[in-house]
Design a protein around this ligand. Structure first.
Ligand code: AMP
Ligand code: GLY
Length: 422
């Protein structure tokens, strides 16, 4: 079958890489793709939000399955439009995508279906929000302010004093995040270790993938600014058997119950960002798509045919799927541009990718493009170098040996990815 992957990050390169190994896949298209997807798919220069052009492309090129990578087109309703045109598409519809697109929608859903999460309240006005944090900060040492809408991963502010909380409220409500911040959610600060639970659902069955862990802060030891993710690994040992049992019962099963009761159309991935607190797992957020860079590690560890599984999800017979994994662990180290997650320069020539792959890693491209036959940087997160091994120590040393082969002006990476697993 012909498959269209929508997106241009490391997540989409990892998906194309896995799809390319399937005997069910004939032609793979990636829109718009990057220099990495260009090696295994045909890149189609259509923006992820140009839904009508994507639809025309799928209709005119016998696309049998479309897999949507990022949240923005899902929240904009790509699934609704493809479905209306009788195209098979992997992802939730526009209303369901609000589970990621609106933190308030998501929180209301969690509360209604008794999914454990931080206590919170929503606000449209500064006065009421100030009153709330004043009261909360008499006992709490930190509090979390979230812009309701999509803010490219920047809409969560953690305040460690009343003053910081008030500043964060003003920042959101006064328009720093545009429409996304017109409404805010203020929530209790949760302490613990984070884990990412990605699960496939066709609306009737829900199957978790191997648990993974992202590294959100830019600096070693989880210091510095929040990023889109500086590295990931799986399986994450913090999610032991008992905890997984708890997550299945209190998060995934209740999620499934909720989408059924609300009559939500959902055939895709639900990603629960979990905080493992002393009171058990609590959901920090839902995302309605694969995590990036989690999926780079997860695809590397997956043994089963992804296309078969996704097709079963879209067709509503996920109950017939069983997902097999390679033994051991997979580790993905993100190499980024100097200055990221702040401003950075682009256009630097990258060398050493082939040498890195010879060391036994897969190099997933995120922010790269081709210029005069060279691979150049074109984003903040540039590459996701990924290794798998039966032994996590070996996976870590293999991945860093590969990373050391890759050079460009201003490249940097965290040196402690997956150390929590040791
Ligand atoms: P979110 O986009 O809601 O997942 O938030 C991004 C990051 O902010 C999370 O991965 C956490 O590291 C942090 N965060 C969000 N909500 C909370 C919370 N209630 N308590 C502590 N940290 C949080
Ligand atoms: N790795 C975090 C995310 O995909 O949202």
């Amino acid at each position: 079958m012909n498959i269209l992957v929508v997106g241009n990050g490391g997540r989409e390169h990892a998906l194309c890489w896995k799809i390319a190994q399937s005997s069910l896949a004939d032609k793979i298209y990636c829109a718009p793709g990057n220099a990495g997807t260009a090696n295994i798919a045909e890149n189609i220069p259509i923006n992820v939000l140009d839904i009508n052009k994507l639809l025309d492309f799928a209709l005119n090129n016998d696309v049998n399955l479309t897999i949507v990578g990022p949240e923005a087109p899902l929240c904009a309703g790509i699934v609704d439009i493809f479905k209306k045109n009788n195209l098979s598409v992997f992802g939730p519809d526009k209303i369901s995508a609000q589970l990621e697109g609106s933190k308030c929608f998501s929180k209301n859903f969690m509360n209604k279906y008794n999914i454990p999460t931080a206590e919170s309240a929503e606000f449209l006005s500064k006065d009421k929000a100030f009153e709330y944090v004043e009261e909360k900060m008499t006992t709490a040492s930190s509090i979390v302010i979230k812009a309701d809408g999509l803010a490219a991963g920047k809409g969560v502010l953690i305040a460690e004093s009343l003053q910081e909380a008030q500043d964060a409220i003003s920042t959101c409500l006064e328009g720093t995040f545009g429409e996304a911040g017109k409404k805010i959610l203020i929530e209790e600060y949760l302490e613990g270790e984070e884990a990412s639970i990605l699960a496939l659902t066709d609306g009737n069955t829900i199957i978790p993938l191997v648990p993974s862990q992202d590294h959100k802060r830019v600096g070693e030891g989880d210091t510095g600014l929040n990023t889109g993710g500086m590295g990931a690994y799986c399986p994450a040992p913090v999610v032991n058997e008992d905890l997984m049992h708890d997550i299945k019962e209190k998060v995934l099963q209740r999620f499934l119950n909720g989408i059924q009761k609300e009559n939500l159309y959902y055939k895709g991935i639900i990603y629960a960002g979990i905080m493992v607190t002393k009171d058990g797992p609590k959901v920090l957020e839902f995302n309605v798509r694969f995590g990036d860079p989690e999926v780079q590690a997860v695809m590397t560890l997956m043994k089963s045919d992804l296309v078969d599984i996704i097709f079963k999800t879209v067709n509503g017979n996920l109950n017939e799927a069983s997902i097999e994994w390679f033994p051991g662990s997979a580790v993905c180290v993100v190499m980024a541009s100097k200055g990221y997650p702040g401003s950075y320069e682009k256009g630097f020539k990258i060398s050493g990718i082939n040498e890195a792959e010879k060391m036994g890693s897969v190099v997933f491209h995120a922010g790269t493009s081709l210029k005069d036959g060279d691979i150049i940087t074109s984003g903040g997160r540039v590459l996701g170098v990924t290794s798998r091994d039966i032994n996590i120590n070996n996976a870590i040393s293999k991945v860093y040996k590969s990373v050391e082969k890759i050079k460009w002006d201003g490249a940097f990476y965290r040196k402690d990815i997956a150390h929590k697993a040791l």
